[in-house]
Design a protein around this ligand. Structure first.
Ligand code: PLP
Length: 376
């Protein structure tokens, strides 16, 4: 099996698995209980929190653990709107976001729109990039929050998040960044007030994410209960998941340049192995190169996926893949149904070897050629 689906999830780093093991096998205490065992678990969680915070690398904020980045994004969006409205803190009632955001952002925004929020979803250029002049025209005193992701999960393009945050701040709005695909891979620019990350995209465990919050920008809680996480996010934390997340974040932080360079080398090797006739979806230079989203005229990508069962890759986003619907991101680039259906997403990184990637790309190219011959 050759695993080329790093945007869907990443293999757990051995270091993270090892750090988690004692907290699964023996150390079962509730980190919120006052016993010595509980205090030890709480202390381990605080170490993990520092590790995640350091890897995020932003100043004057704090990290709250969540069950996923989906939860962190729901919380950031709904909690910020709730805070502004319910506490009467602000008359702002508008969120500006992009057509290429993850469903966790878009669907939360749509839900809020159903509750009366004024929602603006901006289109992107055919290369997936946001036109900053277009954004500037939308920004005014009515905007509460601008939500833009750092690295796109489907096409890998990198939005100028630092600049977008500056523009949002100029009109007094907050900026939320879904940094799930950028965290640990590229530096998170300064500027966002709220940043969502997920452990399983950085070689940590599934079932844990985090919301980084600039001081003063903490959203109203989404989950109520035991008052954990300074009353902001109730629910018993899992020491094992927190410790695994912390270990993965520490490792990603230490290896960021090495992992980035490795992804660049893999990208070049993949393009060479695929050969001519492929078009890259998304901007060529403003992108994270561990994501290669390509299409080829006339090819049915789902057939390649079915034929090459020893290669794990994706058709657009993992969520859209199962549904048979063309991905909303590819449609936002202006791709028609056929072009979207001929698109493949290859995701690779730290544990991918050049040899296996080249082998997989050659097989994918051969499968595409075979289809072309059959269909000719
Ligand atoms: N945002 C982006 C860009 C993602 O790629 C994903 C995961 O696919 C999420 C958010 C949701 O993350 P999680 O799986 O932690 O809920």
């Amino acid at each position: 099996m050759i695993y080329l689906d790093y945007q869907a999830t990443t293999p757990v780093a051995p270091e993270a698995a090892k750090a988690m093991a004692p907290w699964i096998e023996e150390r079962f205490a509730n980190p919120h209980s006052p016993s010595r065992w509980g205090s030890e678990a709480a202390a381990a969680i605080e170490v993990a929190r520092k590790q995640v915070d350091k890897a995020i690398g932003l100043k004057a904020g704090s990290v709250a653990f969540t069950g996923s980045a989906t939860e962190a994004l729901n919380w950031a969006l709904k909690g910020t709107v709730e805070d502004a409205g319910a506490k009467g803190k602000s008359t702002r009632n508008r969120i500006v976001t992009l057509a290429t955001e993850h469903a966790a952002v878009l669907d939360s925004c749509e839900w809020l729109a159903g509750q009366g929020l004024d929602l603006t979803i901006l289109p992107v250029a055919p290369d997936g990039m946001l036109d900053l002049d277009l954004l500037a025209r939308e920004l005014d005193q009515r905007v509460l929050l601008v939500a833009v992701m750092l690295v796109n999960n489907e096409i890998g393009v990198i939005q100028p998040v630092g600049e977008i945050a500056r523009m949002a701040h100029d009109v007094g709005a907050l900026m939320l960044c879904d940094a799930v695909q950028g965290f640990g891979r590229i530096e998170i620019p300064r500027g966002p007030d709220l940043v969502a990350v997920s452990a399983h995209k950085i070689h940590g465990p599934k079932g844990i994410g985090a919301l980084w919050m600039h001081k003063g920008a903490e959203p109203a809680p989404l989950l109520h209960g035991g008052g954990q996480e300074r009353g902001l996010r109730s629910g018993t934390l899992s020491p094992a998941l927190c410790v695994g997340f912390g270990a993965a974040a520490k490792l990603a932080d230490e290896r960021i340049t090495r992992d980035y360079d490795h992804a660049e080398k893999l990208w070049t090797a993949a393009l060479r192995a695929l050969g001519d006739g492929w078009t890259i979806n998304g901007n060529f230079s403003q992108r994270y190169r561990g994501n290669l989203n390509i299409r080829r005229k006339g090819v049915d990508a789902a057939r390649i996926l079915a034929d090459e069962r020893q290669i794990a890759f994706s058709l657009g986003s993992a969520c859209a893949s199962g549904s048979g619907r063309p991905s909303h991101v590819l449609r936002a680039l202006g791709l028609d149904y056929r072009e979207a259906r001929s698109s493949i997403r290859l995701g690779f990184g730290r544990y991918t070897t050049q040899h296996e990637l080249v082998d997989a790309c050659k097989r994918i190219a051969a499968a595409a050629h075979a289809q072309e011959k059959l269909d000719a």
